[in-house]
Every structure is written in C-alpha cells, then in structure tokens.
Design a protein around this ligand. Structure first.
Ligand code: NAP
Ligand code: SF4
Length: 667
C-alpha cells in the first residue's frame, strides 16, 4: 500500500468547479429521504463525511415526481416547501468544507409501490408489480419534472445534480430494447430509445445553467443476457451524446439490479469492472469516475495510476469510515476501517425499511447521538475477550480517554472474524481486523494475548469497570458416536487445523454452514487470477463456466423449509447460486440418530437412512462461553456484558460491534 494517495490527492476540474481531490462519495439511499423532519440527521451524516475529506458527495435518490418514487414514502423533490429541509443538508456540508449533488432518480418499474410506470408495461423479474406504460404526454412531463427538480436542487444550495441513469432504473429501461418496445419516437432504434435520457440531460442542463455540476451516472456495462441491454459500442455512443448535451462528469454504475451477476458484494474482486470504465474514459473528454468494490486507497491509487479513470466513486467505504479520505491522503490508509462488502447494515437495512447503518461502524446515522466525546472521568477498564465486540468497546473507551487493557485467551485478536476471513471472497474481514489492531495501538490500548483471566486477577489489578465480551464457543453434536474422529467443528476446518475428506456432510445450515460449504467446495482454476476466475464463474465477457466441486458435499438441517433463508437479503442469492453451481446437496427435515462405521444415521420423512461420509462438519450454532459474570460481580466489580457472552443465539457481528460501541460510548 503506498504511504500516500498521491494521485488521488490531486485537484481536478469538473465543469466550472474545482474539486480538491479525486474521491467522490456515491449515492446511497439512507432510508431518510422521505422524512423531511429528520433532515437534521441527514445533515450530520453528510457533514461528518465532508469533514473526513470527501471532495464531492451525492445524496440518495430523489425522484423528480411522485410516480418515480422508490417506495410508498414520497422521496421526491418537486416543490418549494421541500427546499427548506434540503438547505439543512447543503449548509452543513458547505460549512464542513464539502460539496454535494442531489441525485435525481426515477425508479420506473423498480419502484416498490402500486403505481409504477415504465416505457412499456413489462414486469421486472425483481418486482411483483407490472408497470403501466407512460403516455407520450407523460414522458414529456417527466422531462420537465427532472428540470424542475434540478432547479429546486440548485435553489436549495446543492452544487449540482446527478442524473441516475444506470442500475436498471427508468432511464436504463428506456435505453434497453427488452424493456422499451414502444413504437413511437421514444422506442425502436437506439436513437429513439436514447431520446428520453438525452432530452433529460438537455432540460436539466438548461435548468441549472453552466455553473453547477451535472453528473450523469451511466451504466458502464448492463450485465444482462446478450441483446437484452446495450451493447458495448452503444454505451460508448451514448456516453459521447451525454457529453455533447452538457454533462460535466460521468459517474459509472455496473449492471442492473436484476443482473444475475454479483456487482458489489464481498464475492466481487476489488475494482473488478474497471475495464468497462476505462473504455468510457478513452471515449469522452469529460472526467470519468470509477466505482464498484473499490474499498482501499491502494486500489484507488492503482486505477488512477493506470489511467483507467479520473476519479473514484465509493459509497459504502464512507459508511465504514467517514475519515477514509483524510487517512488515505495523510499516509494512514492502513488505519481505515475497511468496508467488508457484507451489505448487512446498509443495503439490507434499506431493503427491509430500516434506516441504514454499517456493520463495522454502527455510528452511521447516529453521528450526533453518539458523538464520542472525551470522558471527564478517566477510568481503568478491562475488556475480557478480544473478538470484534471487545475490540469495538476497547477502541471507543480508549479513544474517549480511558486506560484500557484487552485480555484475550487466544494468541491473536479478532475471534470469529479470523475464521470468516478464510471464506472465499471474505479476505477483507482480515484487512478490517488489521486496521483495528493498528487503531488499538494508536489509542494506547494494552493487549494481553494468551491470557485467560479470573475475577480475582481483575480485582487485584485494580480495574474499575469490566467489559465482558468473552464470546461464544461452537455447539457440539450430542448423539451417540459424536466423538468419532470423522466429526470435526467448523473452526477446525476454517482455521486449517483439519482438512475435509472427499465425501463431506455438513450439519447445520445457518450462515456458517453455508460459508463452510463454499469453503470446501470452492477452488480457483489453475493459472487464473482471482478476477479471471470470477469472470469465468459468472460469465462476464465470456461463457459462464463454474468450476467443478472437488468433493461431494451434503448439507443437512433439522428444520423444514428452503435452505439459506437466514442469509443476507441482498447477498444470500449469490451464496445460494454458488452452492448450486458446486452441486452441493441439501436435505431438510433431518433427525440425527447416531454415527458409526457405516456413516451418519438419520431419519428423513420417517425413513431411516445411512449417509456415508469421511468428514462430518458440525456447524450447529453457538453457546455462550462460560461466564465470569457472577464471580466478577461477587468481587464487587462493575460488569458490562456484550456480544456472545450476553446472548449467543442469533449473534452476528453487527450486534456484537453495536453493543461494543454502545457500552464504550457511555462509560
Ligand atoms: P445459526 O445461523 O444459528 O445456524 C445454526 C444452524 O445449526 C441452524 O441451521 C440449525 O438448524 C442448526 N442447529 C442448531 N442447533 C442444533 C443442534 N443442537 N444440533 C444440530 N443442529 C443444530 O448459526 P451460525 O450458522 O453458526 O451463524 C452464527 C451467526 O453468524 C448467525 O447470526 C449468522 O447469521 C451469522 N453469519 C452469517 C453469514 C452469512 O450471512 N453469510 C455467515 C456466517 C455467519 P436446524 O435447527 O434446522 O437443524
Ligand atoms: Fe460495508 Fe458491510 Fe458496512 Fe455495508 S454494512 S458499509 S457492506 S461494512
């Protein structure tokens, strides 16, 4: 990793505006766009990122009219009454030294409400409702609505607007021949299908004038079946037309939301789609911003150095660390809290109607409520257990001025995250831990590894508060024969202490059961880089050709119903698809009876069966680690229990880190 982000720190001219560096924070829906009375919170959220050094931000999407809203709640901008609320955002950002664009997003057939509209009445595979086709008059009115929203955005103090024209929303729907089958001047030839987007660009440019920035978020590749989206040469043609019609910058998007290819999850290699972005950069003279799975300063610097883009748009990494840019430009890039691409608290919150947050930074959207003020009463605090809950608690307390020591029984910090980092596509979990360890050093947290402490140790050493985050241990299988050497725990497999045989049974089908199934099924074809293997597996720019599973793998669970329903809303489909690709067998409604020389004896649908296996991996959830609570309390110490030590059931890293931050912020 370069010590400083030299190319990224260079100023750049976008139309009439000079940006101080090459980092843009891309649009993210926060879940508050429709709540005008909560724009103070949005203002705090954006201002924090402006203070962190982002040169230009883009808001979540606001529709130019009611029909284009994303959900039932009206997140649109079309009246003077709404402008006052937006001024809170723009003035907070400007005071913090940043710049911000309003994103204009008409959802078209992607809207989750009953009145969706589109160029043609063709249902999206990811929406249960069929849209109504817009009339000619409505199309012309929609163009005017874009212009009116843009004008209002400028009057609210925004530094410009971004037209959202990628990821499959209304503008993409006009451009693609499969979603636009109109026979009037808005459909048919490419020129006709591009009429709507280009008229929008022209009208918006006229409305905002030459000063403010006009960004066009273009789909650098549609990632649809051949012939369904735009061809590569058509995208280049469109980019040139967009430039001619007045856009100052092209921000890029990748794929449609209905594409059958992962585009932003952890499974996607860093900067995986840069070749498509580079092609755009070579075709236009306005600046082009790269996006998708760029979460490290080294990745940003590398693509700028190779001339693949002029700027870098990142979104989730600024949730994970609002001070990303400041750290990157000051040579502290290895202290950045790395976005691990899990989507668990950002996209998955939005899709389940919650305000977004971040798994590794639960302070998101609570910037004012959890300010991290210095303590006026510094104390000597012990954190028992150095998993992610303990790390979060130790960091927060130490950064607030307490004297903190972590005691960890293992020989390294990180707990379950160390295992997660071994799963294919999850290596960023390890980078996140590395950054945490450096931050702990900076905050003068003492770390005692290989240290299993007692209550009297804590008392004798004079600790005033104890944060107990001693975590979990895997649940063991409790049937006759469970002590057979073929039975192993998931920690043995993921840590590499044991290697699975050729015929494997996995007991338990939660997140870890699925991850373990991927871990033992996945192999990278000889001679291919990570990116080439990803492209081959998912058929990007070539035929889809998943590699073969070197093993026979069968997953079992006791409950009835589909596998993988507890996986992440926006990422679960990827893991489910990968396991199908690897031909992993799945059996539900299983009763485990015993293990003997013949294999695992089970009952399924009332029928007894024997499943032979040379490895049986137990992924049956967790139980709390034996608790020190009572002895600590009996020793008269003030104890705060968090993470798995508090409740092992349904423990995930999101809850663990959140509890660590919470306790650290009040001590
Ligand atoms: P989990 O999600 O609670 O799953 C535990 C599995 O064990 C269940 O499938 C359960 O299925 C089975 N089970 C429970 N008790 C059992 C018993 N006594 N005997 C046999 N089987 C038993 O736990 P996890 O998979 O360990 O994951 C821990 C946490 O990490 C979860 O919150 C999970 O969401 C999160 N995580 C998520 C991901 C991801 O989304 N990719 C990856 C890793 C971890 P039956 O009761 O049907 O048998
Ligand atoms: Fe990144 Fe996960 Fe945080 Fe979303 S929740 S910003 S994907 S670390």
């Amino acid at each position: 990793m370069p010590s400083q982000n030299l190319l990224a720190s260079a100023p750049i001219q976008i139309g009439a505006v000079k940006l101080s560096n090459r980092y843009i924070m891309g649009s993210m829906h926060t879940g508050l766009e429709s709540e005008l009375d909560r724009f103070d919170e949005l203002a705090d959220y954006y201002a924090e990122r402006a203070r962190g050094g982002v040169s230009l931000m883009v808001t979540g999407g606001f529709s130019p009219n009611f029909a284009g809203r994303m959900k039932y709640e009206p997140s649109f901008l079309n009246s003077h009454e709404q402008v006052e609320a937006h001024k809170k955002i723009t003035s907070a950002v400007h005071e913090a030294g940043g710049r911000i664009l309003l994103q204009l997003l008409h959802a078209g057939r992607y809207g989750y409400h009953a009145e969706i509209v589109a160029p043609s009445a063709i249902k999206s595979p990811i929406n249960r409702d069929e849209p109504r086709a817009l009339s000619d008059e409505e199309i012309r009115q929609t163009i005017q609505d874009y212009a009116r929203s843009a004008e209002l955005a400028i009057s609210a103090g925004y530094d410009g607007v971004e037209i959202m024209a990628s990821e499959g929303y209304l503008i993409s729907q006009f451009l693609a021949p499969t979603t636009n089958v109109r026979e009037d001047e808005w459909g048919g030839s490419l020129e006709n299908r591009a009429r709507f987007p280009l008229e929008v660009v022209k009208a918006v440019k006229e409305a905002i004038g030459p000063g403010p920035i006009l960004s066009y978020r273009i789909s650098a590749t549609d990632l649809l079946e051949d012939g369904d989206g735009l061809e590569d040469n058509e995208i280049i043609w469109l980019a040139k037309k967009v430039e001619e019609n007045g856009a100052n910058v092209l921000c890029t998007g990748i794929g449609w939301h209905e594409s059958q290819v992962p585009t932003i999850s952890a499974a996607v290699p860093h900067a995986a789609f840069t070749c498509y972005i580079q092609r755009l950069k070579e075709s236009v003279s306005i600046p082009v911003a790269a996006s998708n799975r760029i979460n490290l300063p080294s990745v940003a610097e590398d693509l700028l150095a190779k001339g693949q883009a002029d700027l870098v748009t990142m979104a989730r990494p600024f949730l994970a660390d609002p001070f990303f840019v400041q750290k990157a430009l000051n040579g502290n890039g290895d202290r950045i809290s790395v976005c691990i691409g899990c989507n668990q608290a950002c996209l998955d919150h939005y899709f389940t109607d919650q305000v977004i947050s971040c798994l590794v930074n639960p302070r998101v959207m609570k910037e004012a409520a959890i300010p991290g003020h210095k303590t006026t009463n510094p104390k000597k605090i012990a954190v028992i257990g150095g998993g992610v809950a303990g790390i979060a608690a130790a960091l927060e307390t130490a950064q607030r001025g307490h004297n903190v020591t972590i005691f960890e029984a293992d020989d390294k910090l990180g707990g379950q995250f160390n295992l997660a980092a071994k799963v294919p596509g999850k290596s960023d979990y390890g980078l996140f831990l590395d950054a945490c360890i450096r931050q702990l050093e900076d905050a003068d947290v003492k770390v005692e590894l290989g240290s299993r402490v007692t209550a009297s140790d804590m008392f004798d050493q004079g600790f005033e508060d104890i944060i107990l985050s001693s975590g979990i241990r895997p649940r063991e299988l409790d049937i006759p024969g469970s002590d057979d050497p073929r039975v192993v725990g998931y920690t043995d497999i993921l840590s590499g202490r044991k290697v699975a045989g050729d015929n494997v049974i996995i007991i338990g089908a939660g997140g870890i059961g699925h991850d373990v199934a991927l871990f033992i099924s996945h192999s990278r074809p000889d001679g291919l880089s990570e990116l080439e293997a990803f492209e081959k597996h998912w058929g990007i720019g070539r035929a889809r050709e998943p590699e073969e599973n070197p093993r026979t793998v069968t997953m079992l669970k006791r409950s009835e119903g589909r596998f993988g329903t507890t996986l992440g809303k926006s990422t679960g489909w990827i893991l489910r698809q990968e396991l199908r690709d690897y031909n992993v067998q799945q059996i539900q409604g299983v009763t485990y009876l015993k293990i003997d020389q013949e294999g695992l004896h089970v009952e399924v649908d009332g029928k007894a069966e024997i499943l032979p296996a040379d490895t049986i991996i137990v992924c049956a959830g967790q139980v709390s680690e034996d608790s020190l609570i009572t002895p600590l309390e009996e020793a008269g110490l003030s104890v705060h229990v968090i993470g798995g030590a508090k409740l092992a059931g349904e423990l995930d890293a999101k809850r663990a880190i959140q509890e660590g931050l919470r306790v650290g912020s009040v001590l």
